[in-house]
Ligand binder design. Structure first.
Ligand code: TXA
Ligand code: MG
Length: 340
């Protein structure tokens, strides 16, 4: 299959591009599109065989449920069986935006979408192309990140092609995404609600709207292979990983580790923090510097990792950001990217 790439201006998405993409989706095909977090790989959420193609294209285990994307709150009742007051308050505050809510599912949602489980994850994306695509199609769109399972998420159309070229019908190329890491996933079927995946919306922001939220620790590695749906596959130890082995290093210890790797004749990339002051970079190290604020860091992290991953290196070192709540989501992605 040839993957068609259509450039689309996020400021004024062309009606003909949207109509073409909607035609593919209604016909059971797969279309990758930008959201404000990362690119998603969309299919008609109500079509079992279209959704099955998402799992095949990504090489995704069947026990990983998908997020269903809708264009606004009025579409919620198509997919969720309940809409508790906490959901209404969160949606009011954060939708459209990078927050995914897990709710009891309606029978109309095929079991394949929810990995046979009783709940459905729902989000209203803020990106104008995602919004326009869902509206034009008139359907709820199931969309995981548009990458092969366990690999780096895509923040540009070229990242999508790197993993999925010839496996999907179409990519809407709306340029780089702005958020850069995936949405926050919150389970509202438990009391108190549980954070299943940290993301761009922070725990403190959620708690300011609905009160205390519990956080779940990573599952043990053995839990990956079970037949039952996972509480959240974003919790798998290995995820979001470049193909090049990645290692996290505490700030201040990088030069020592670089020296060791260079002595072993390894070709090394280093993702550093902008505020580290003057350091003398050993020659031969592929250095990338990320902003020291969380928003700027998240926006560029995957693009930098994709770029270094394509450079044919032996090892990627990443300086760990501070161990504080505002860095929770970034540290979570880095920890999983480093897991073997
Ligand atoms: O920002 C995002 O969320 C992007 C864009 C495309 O929307 N999507 C994304 O999807 O990251 P994916 O499939 O890569 O991650 C979906 C996360 C997984 O951690 C999965 O466990 C969780 O959502 N999830 C989906 N359905 C669930 C459910 N019914 N119960 C619990 N967790 C669920
Ligand atoms: Mg993903």
């Amino acid at each position: 299959m040839k993957t068609v790439v259509i450039p689309v201006d996020p400021g004024a998405p062309s009606a003909s591009a949207l109509a073409e993409a909607a035609r593919v989706l209604r016909g059971g095909g797969l279309v990758a599109f930008p959201t404000e977090t990362v690119y998603g790989l969309g299919a008609n959420a109500l079509d079992t065989s279209a959704v099955a193609r998402i799992f095949a294209a990504k090489g995704r285990p069947a026990n990983n449920p998908l997020i269903v994307h809708i264009s606004d709150m009025t579409q919620v009742q198509q997919v969720a069986a309940e809409w508790p007051p906490s959901a209404a308050r969160l949606a009011e505050r954060f939708w459209p935006g990078p927050l995914t809510l897990v709710l009891p599912k309606r029978d109309t949602v095929p079991d394949i979408v929810t990995a046979q489980g009783p709940t459905v994850a729902v989000r209203v994306p803020a990106h104008p192309i995602a919004q326009a695509l869902i509206r034009t199609t008139g359907l709820p769109i199931a969309a995981p990140s548009a990458n092969r399972s366990t690999e780096l998420s895509p923040t540009r159309a070229e990242h999508v092609l790197r993993g999925l070229e010839a496996r999907i019908e179409m990519v809407l190329d709306g340029g780089p995404t702005t958020g850069g890491i995936e949405s926050t996933v919150l389970d509202l079927t438990t009391t108190p609600p549980r954070l299943l995946r940290p993301g761009l919306i922070r725990v403190a922001e959620l708690e300011s709207v609905i009160g205390p939220v519990t956080q779940v620790r990573s599952l043990p590695i053995a839990a990956q292979d079970g037949p039952q749906p996972l509480p959240s596959p974003g919790m798998l130890p290995r995820h979001y990983a470049p193909r090049t082995p990645l290692e996290c290093v505490k700030a201040g210890r990088e030069l020592e580790r670089l020296a060791q790797l260079l002595a072993e004749k390894r070709r090394v990339g280093w993702v550093a923090f902008a505020d580290r002051g003057e350091v003398i970079i050993p020659s031969g190290v592929h250095l990338r510097v990320l902003p020291s604020d969380t928003v700027g860091y998240a926006a560029h992290l995957y693009a930098v990792l994709h770029e270094l991953d394509a450079a044919g290196l032996d090892r990627l070192l990443v300086t760990l950001p501070p161990d504080s709540d505002e860095w929770l989501a970034v540290r979570d992605r880095l920890r999983r990217a480093a897991a073997i």
